[in-house]
Write a protein that binds this ligand. Sequence first.
Ligand SMILES: [Zn+2]
Length: 188
Amino acid sequence: MPDLSAVQGMLRALLPRRCPGCNGQLGRSAGLCPGCRAVLRPRVETHSPLWPRPEEHLVTLGAYRGVTRRAVRALKFGGARDLAGALGEALADGVPTAWNIATVVPVPLHSGRERERGFNQSALLAGAVAASLGVPSIPALRRTRATAQQARLHAHERTANLVGAFGADTRRLPPGPVLLLDDVLTTT
Ligand SMILES: [Zn+2]
């Protein structure tokens, strides 16, 4: 039985590659074409359901539409792992140096979902962001119970859905601020 990822790698190398952002030729670019890469602009948010007061606390690639949406969906469902590098670098560009991030920690998928998909896209993104920032990515969070998918819930149910759903192994972390990384933040 050949190693499946090696076979997929060969198939990808043989097929003309398309950019998941615009469906144009990808050429030699990894993940996204230069045009789509230029569209990914990180921004620092001061308001979100994650934080109790207006203060810079979140870096996003903007609203979940257009190139960003197509790239995240291709990463999640198409397994286009090259995209993690392109998206992660764009996110890392937006992280303020004043935050002095010491570690990047991916938000874990429910283990059943990770088994189905074979990988956690947040972990891939966390690795790319961490590499750009020059810090380690450490999977110090784990799910302690299954949760409903956030996107399927009403706004007022989402917090309750996540309370007590994670455990953190803080002994694995170096001292200093932690950047939590998730793929999509559901706000409406
Ligand atoms: Zn493109």
